[in-house]
Design a protein around this ligand. Structure first.
Ligand SMILES: Nc1ncnc2c1ncn2[C@@H]1O[C@H](COP(=O)(O)OP(=O)(O)O)[C@@H](O)[C@H]1O
Ligand SMILES: [Mg+2]
Length: 444
C-alpha cells in the first residue's frame, strides 16, 4: 500500500508478525496474487479506486480471507458496503486501531490454517439430505402457512385427498406430510405415477393378478394398492389413468375392496387414497377424459399448491434450505448467496417452481467459483439483470443472427445447426425477440 495513507502505518504495525506485501492498485495486487495466493489480505476502501476492479480482484480469490479497512465515507457507498458484506470476513473503519486489527489478522490466519488442514482430510458426514424432504414444507408466506393448516386438518381425516398444483410445487411432499401426520403414519406410503405405467400393465400393477391371469403369470402377485394396506397410496398424475382403470378405482373407493386381475373374490383392503394432478381435473371431466363420479369421490378434501412465483417471499428460505441440504457435495469455499443472486432469484418467474429452484441451487452450490453464489452460477444473470452495455450487445447479436438466417430463407433446423444450438434454443430466442417463424416449408 502507498506510504502517504495514514492507515498504512497502523496496518504495518498490526501486521508486524506477518510476511507483508503491499500493492498500489487492484491490477498490481492481481498480478501478485495470481502467482502467490495468500491466506489473508487487507483491502483499503475509500480511495478513488473503482469498486468494480476491486470486486473482480476479491471474487477471483474467494479462498483468501479479506479484511476491509474503510473510510467512514466508503461505508456510505452502497457498492462498497456490498463488497464488504459479500467478500470480507471483517471490516475496520478509520481511525483503525492497530491492536484490534492485529487480532483480526491473527484470527483470520488461524482460520485459514485450520481450513487448509481440513481440506486434506475427508469431509465429515452430515445428515442425509433425504431427512429434510420429509420435514415440513419450508416457507413463511401466508400461502404456505394456509397450506400447512389445511394439511394438518386433512391429515386428521381419513377421506380421499385430491391435490392440485403446477409441476414442482411440492404435491408429493404434501401427500407425504398428510400420510405422516395421519393415524396411518406407521403404515406404508406407496407413491405411484399413473402416467408412467404402460396402459396394458396398469391393472395388474395397481390391483395385482391371480395365478394364470395372463400368459406368464405363473404366480399370484398383490398389486401396489394392496401393498399399501394400513397406509396410504399416492396416485400421482391421476389424470393419466385410463378410463377403465378409473372405473376400477371408483369401485375400490366405494366398496373398499379390490379384485385382482383374473380374480373373482373381492379382497378387502384398508388404504387411504391421496391423488394429485397438474391438470385441472374439472377440465378433464368437461373433455370427457376423466369420470365425473370419480372426480367427486376424490375431491372431498381438495388442496391447491401455490406456485412459487405467488410466494416469492419464500424463495430465500427455500434456497438456504437446499443450499444446506447439499452441504456435503458443494464446494467447501462456497458460503452462501450474494445479494445479486438473492435479487435475481426474487425476480425470476419460476416456471418449474420449487423443483427448478432446488436444481438451480444444487448446481450453483457445486459449480460456483466464488465465496458467494452469483446470479450467473444460478443461470439467472441475463434475465434478471438490468440491461448492461454488454448485455445489450449480446441481445442485439442474438436477434441479428437469427433474423439473418431465417430472413435468408433457412429453416429453423438449418439455423440451429449453423449456430451450434438446439432447435429448442432457436425457438426460445425467436419467442424472446418476437421473431415470426419462417413461411412454412418442409423441415429436413
Ligand atoms: N415447500 C417446500 N419446502 C421444501 N421443499 C419443497 C417444497 N415444495 C417442494 N419441495 C421440493 O421440491 C421438489 C419438487 O417437489 P414435488 O413434491 O416432487 O413436486 P410435484 O410433485 O408437485 O411436482 C422436491 O425435491 C421437494 O422436496
Ligand atoms: Mg410429482
Amino acid at each position: 500500500m502507498p506510504a502517504p495513507d495514514p492507515a498504512t502505518g497502523v496496518m504495518l504495525r498490526a501486521a508486524a508478525d506477518f510476511d507483508v506485501r503491499t500493492a498500489r492498485d487492484p491490477a498490481q495486487a492481481r498480478e501478485f496474487l495470481r502467482a502467490h495466493p495468500v491466506p489473508v489480505a487487507i483491502v483499503v476502501l475509500g480511495r478513488p479506486v473503482g469498486t468494480r476492479a476491486l470486486e473482480e480482484l476479491l471474487r477471483e480469490h474467494p479462498r483468501t480471507r479479506w479484511v476491509a479497512l474503510c473510510s467512514p465515507a466508503a461505508l456510505d457507498d452502497a457498492a462498497c458496503r456490498r463488497l464488504v458484506a459479500e467478500h470480507c470476513i471483517d471490516f475496520h473503519t478509520a481511525p483503525v486501531e492497530a491492536a484490534r486489527l492485529r487480532q483480526t489478522l491473527g484470527h483470520a490466519h488461524g482460520m485459514a490454517r485450520l481450513e487448509a488442514a481440513l481440506a486434506t482430510q475427508p469431509r465429515a458426514a452430515e445428515p442425509p439430505a433425504a431427512e429434510s424432504q420429509f420435514a415440513r414444507l419450508t416457507g413463511n408466506s401466508e400461502a404456505i402457512a394456509r397450506l400447512r393448516r389445511q394439511l394438518r386438518k386433512v391429515a386428521a381425516a381419513d377421506a380421499p385427498v385430491l391435490i392440485w398444483g403446477e409441476s414442482g410445487t411440492g404435491k408429493e411432499l404434501a401427500a407425504r406430510s398428510v400420510h405422516e401426520g395421519s393415524a396411518r403414519a406407521a403404515g406404508p406410503f406407496v407413491p405411484i405415477n399413473c402416467g408412467a405405467i404402460p396402459a396394458n400393465l396398469v391393472q395388474s400393477e395397481l390391483f395385482g393378478h391371480e395365478r394364470g391371469a395372463f400368459t406368464g403369470a405363473g404366480r399370484a402377485r398383490p398389486g401396489l394398492i394392496e401393498s399399501a394396506a394400513g397406509g396410504s397410496v399416492f396416485l400421482d398424475e391421476i389424470g393419466d389413468l385410463p378410463l377403465d382403470m378409473q372405473a376400477n378405482l371408483l369401485r375400490f373407493l366405494q366398496e373398499k375392496t379390490i379384485y385382482r386381475l383374473g380374480g373373482t373374490r373381492p379382497l378387502p383392503v384398508d388404504v387411504r387414497v391421496i391423488a394429485a394432478s397438474h391438470v385441472r381435473l374439472e377440465e378433464a371431466v368437461a373433455r370427457g377424459t376423466f369420470r365425473e363420479d370419480l372426480y367427486y369421490r376424490l375431491n372431498v378434501l381438495a388442496l391447491e399448491m401455490p406456485a412459487l412465483r405467488e410466494r416469492r417471499e419464500d424463495v430465500p428460505a427455500l434456497a438456504e434450505t437446499f443450499f444446506r441440504d447439499h452441504a456435503r457435495e458443494r464446494s467447501a469455499h462456497v458460503r452462501g448467496f450474494s445479494h445479486g443472486a438473492l435479487e435475481a432469484m426474487r425476480a425470476h418467474h419460476w416456471p418449474g417452481n420449487v423443483r427448478e429452484l432446488h436444481n438451480r441451487v444444487r448446481r450453483a452450490a457445486v459449480m460456483a467459483e466464488g465465496r458467494l453464489i452469483q446470479p450467473h452460477d444460478l443461470g439467472l444473470d441475463t434475465a434478471a439483470m438490468p440491461p448492461l452495455p454488454l448485455h445489450g450487445a449480446r441481445v442485439q447479436a442474438e436477434r441479428r443472427v437469427i433474423e439473418a438466417g431465417l430472413g435468408a430463407g433457412k429453416s429453423i433446423t438449418h439455423v440451429a445447426r449453423e449456430l451450434g444450438v438446439s432447435r429448442m434454443t432457436v425457438y426460445r430466442l425467436m419467442a424472446k425477440h418476437r421473431i415470426a417463424p419462417p413461411a412454412r416449408k418442409r423441415e429436413p
